[in-house]
Design a protein. Structure first.
Ligand code: ADP
Ligand code: MG
Length: 303
């Protein structure tokens, strides 16, 4: 285990942000912390990044206890914040050079590290571009290049995909996967975006500061039985009760839409439309998503 988190709790005044959270991350893994706004992701990120001490609990990174030796931990982690940390008026290279100086790098070594970081993130051609002229996706990659200059074993990112379109998200994910595959870097990211979470090797679902589920995206989705059928009807409440009675399937209401988890959803659709003629306005079927997993575990939505 390269990162282990044991019984972590943290409050802001009387507001609990993390509640007795424990998990471990294996080396060279892309580990996602998935949860809605306010679930405690950034609090956990700040504590992992050693910017903040938790009220209770322990964090160990590559064998080093974060409370006992925060500087040692900082040498082993690269950190990408949610808000931009690049100087927009400087070029990519100038940003990296400034960061290198902060780490005490200079001369040939600095040159080697900056070229390496630019190369790894596909930014070699962009080194002399002013940051404010870059697209959101390229800026994110420049942030990661900056965070990787000191060759950390662990890369922490708080909501790296927020504000990026799906294409830029996919591209970013490819670069991150390459860091994992080629360099064996362990990546821990927070997200509330389902497709970003789907690309992780392993996920922890966070709700109100608690772990509600953990596993690979496939394992988590397999917990939801069969298919998910969404039904729109004017008398949704009455219909829910009748469907439960007649089909014996669990029915929940999400914003007025009925949600039914059932094996062979296509057959159920035919049966339910026939059983309640004229009462169903629309029907949709999908394979379980991480949103369904979260709904089942918490009754709340992620997005
Ligand atoms: P997320 O990143 O998942 O949105 P946060 O860790 O930012 O979650 O927030 C978790 C909870 O802690 C929320 O209820 C939030 O309002 C609260 N919180 C976060 N930061 C502060 C702060 N600096 N002061 C007071 N409350 C905070
Ligand atoms: Mg946050």
């Amino acid at each position: 285990m390269i990162v282990s988190v044991e019984h972590l709790s943290h409050s802001y005044g009387s507001r609990a942000a993390l509640r007795n959270l424990s998990f471990a991350v294996e080396e060279a893994m892309l580990f996602g912390l998935l949860g809605p706004n306010g679930s405690g992701k950034s609090t956990l990120f700040r504590i992992l990044a050693t910017m903040m001490e938790p009220d209770e609990g322990r964090i160990v990174v590559a064998g080093v206890d974060a409370a006992a030796a925060p500087d040692e931990v900082r040498r082993r982690i690269g950190v990408v914040f949610q808000s931009q940390s690049l100087d927009k008026k400087l070029t990519v290279m100038e940003n990296l050079t400034a960061q290198g100086h902060l780490y005490g790098l200079s001369g040939a070594l600095l040159k080697e590290r900056t070229s390496e970081a630019l190369e790894r993130l596909g930014l070699a051609e962009r080194r002399d571009d002013i940051v404010e002229t870059l697209s959101g996706g390229l800026r994110r990659r420049a942030e990661i290049a900056k965070a990787m200059l000191h060759r950390p074993r662990v890369l922490l990112m708080d909501e790296p995909s927020t504000g990026l379109d799906p294409g830029a998200r996919r591209e970013l994910a490819d670069y991150v996967a390459e860091l994992r595959d080629r360099e064996g870097v362990t990546v821990i990211l927070t997200t509330h975006i389902l497709d970003e979470a789907d690309r992780c090797d392993r996920l922890l679902l966070l709700h109100e500061g608690r772990k509600v589920a953990e596993g690979t995206p496939e394992e988590l989705k397999a917990r939801v039985g069969g298919d998910v059928v969404m039904l729109e009807a004017r008398d949704a409440q009455a219909l829910a009760a009748e469907i439960r009675r007649q089909f014996g399937a669990p029915v929940t209401r999400v914003n007025g839409t009925l949600r039914v988890e059932i094996e062979n959803g296509h057959r159920f659709i035919t049966d339910v439309v026939e059983a309640f003629p004229g009462r169903i306005d629309s029907v949709a079927l999908h394979k379980p998503t991480l949103e369904d997993v979260f709904l089942d575990e918490t009754g709340a939505r992620i997005t």
